[in-house]
Design a binder for this molecule. Sequence first.
Ligand SMILES: [Zn+2]
Length: 277
Amino acid sequence: MPELPEVEVTRQGLLPHLLQRRITTITWSSKRLRLPIPRKLLHESIQGNCIAAIDRRAKYLLIRMQDGSVLVFHLGMTGKLGVFPAAAPKAPHDHLRLQLDNEMEMRFNDVRRFGSISVWPAEQAIMQEEEFNSNKGIEPFSPEFTPANLVRLARRRSMPVKTFLMDSRIIAGIGNIYANEILFAASIHPQTKVNLLSEKQWQKIADCCLQILTRAIAAGGSTISDFLGASGNPGYFQLQLAVYGKKDESCPRCGKTIEKDTIGGRATYYCSNCQTM
Ligand SMILES: [Zn+2]
């Protein structure tokens, strides 16, 4: 399942191929994604428009048009965006194709169809984006991601720190794999209640969070060069994992056996020697 680093790698990979390009024709499949494909809006607001910027918010990609309209993608479980020569054969599960003014096409492929495509037309885009942002947590790479803000958000909560990190209304874009790895790197037990963590511990969590996400984006970055065309599988790298999926293996730091637990319904891996409450 794509997490923040994979979405960011996709953004960086698409950018050079899409910027300033005009979308000439849009074609779609008859299948329903998590939401129905907004055919009318794609036709009215996106077709004929020029791509001005691509941003990421949480795990969403925001493709901004010159007139202010925004095309929003969520990759769901298996969604992939890639750029192909328009003449290249179509793959099964290509649900949206945006033909560009240079004989290339951006294609959205999604086997399991949990992804989504939305359009914010120019005249409503600012309002729709405000509403969209209102239920999203802090971006780890934004200036708001400070230990002081994390302390403030945690003060009235008593949930385990792992659940807190994964709550997209509090922090945007940290999935299960990264939450496990961040807490191991920060030497904090995943069951620790958030209101008991000190500012110093939040500092450590914030630092580890940025280090791990940056490393994951860099690892995916190696696929950016062959983003175009055949690979069609951008950024799905395996980060060097320390604890995730390693039950009964040795802790890379102290050698003790890694344990597995379930927190908030999600598989949780940790070293009870290195990660204390
Ligand atoms: Zn250990």
